[in-house]
Write a protein that binds this ligand. Structure first.
Ligand code: ADP
Ligand code: MG
Length: 263
């Protein structure tokens, strides 16, 4: 088997005292489309920040193409891996096109400005995400769904090998949820970009992901195909609710609440 693009080796991580991730080991082969799921506070964002190089793990814990993250130049890592946050607070009134252009920063040296090639890459990323039509508007003035597409355009413009996205669809209506997941699927299929995303919607996770990693209290509770991970007993144990599994029209798992108080 080829070397995994990312390896997490027995990683424990704490912000202050108590660890929030415990002895996590994950191999991520090139080209997988992976959903990280689990209840609030189970460690999804923390894991994605480690994978994205936003937080630093201890030496020898995280490898990119076999080299420790700590031994890689920041700019090199930023060209290879992009991390898209869940929220996009923006205090300066940047134009949408300027935000997407920031995706090219890892390729520019301090005193060079972007060239024609960078502009072409930005334009194509904006076409793919259907954000060109508001290129000249202020980022602060567009909707949550539009912001999310703009940040994804910036991530695409970075031409990464790995895209890491923290709940990219949680704040979106169903049209944009599907649109964003389809854009990521296309990048995965066309360019073999490895995609790792945190998700809450287990049905969409089952539909789009090749592999799911289910976290529980900072540990990997299950790691495998949606069929292996989304078992009734696993969901009930980790989320603490009673559920029924049903199948949608293409046979993918859907989760239905077990008991409902309808009065
Ligand atoms: P999730 O994304 O699954 O909701 P998080 O990774 O955000 O989980 O959080 C995991 C645990 O780490 C939680 O107990 C949370 O309170 C804690 N945590 C998250 N961010 C910080 C931080 N910056 N400082 C201290 N504790 C944090
Ligand atoms: Mg989170």
């Amino acid at each position: 088997m080829n070397q995994p693009i990312i390896q997490v080796k027995n990683t424990t991580f704490s912000y202050d005292q108590a660890p929030v991730l415990h002895s996590i080991s994950i191999d991520i082969p090139v080209g997988q489309f992976i959903g990280v799921i689990g209840p609030n506070g189970s460690g999804k964002s923390t894991l994605l920040k480690l994978l994205g190089g936003v937080l630093t793990a201890g030496s020898g814990n995280l490898l990119f193409n076999g080299t420790d993250y700590l031994n890689k130049n920041r700019k090199q890592l930023a060209r290879s891996i992009t991390w898209v946050a869940q929220d996009h607070p923006m205090v300066f009134p940047f134009k949408v096109s300027e935000i997407v252009l920031m995706g090219r920063h890892p390729y520019l040296s301090p005193f060079t400005f972007e060239g024609e090639e960078d502009i072409d890459i930005v334009r194509s990323a904006m076409e793919r995400t259907q954000t060109l039509q508001f290129a000249h508007r202020s980022f602060n003035e567009i909707s949550g769904g539009e912001k999310q597409r703009v940040m994804i355009a910036g991530a695409i413009a970075q031409e990464p090998e790995v895209m890491i996205l923290d709940e990219p669809t949680s704040a979106l209506d169903i049209k944009y949820q599907i649109q964003i997941l389809n854009i990521l699927k296309e990048l995965n299929a066309d360019k073999n970009v490895t995609v790792i995303l945190a998700m809450h919607d287990l049905h969409l996770a089952a539909k789009f992901c090749d592999r799911l990693i289910l976290l529980d209290h900072g540990q990997v509770f299950q790691d495998g195909s949606p069929e292996e991970v989304l078992k009734k007993e696993h969901i009930e144990k980790v989320y603490g609710v009673e559920v029924h599994l049903i199948r949608d029209h293409d046979g993918k798992i859907m989760i239905s609440p077990g008991t409902l108080c309808t009065q």
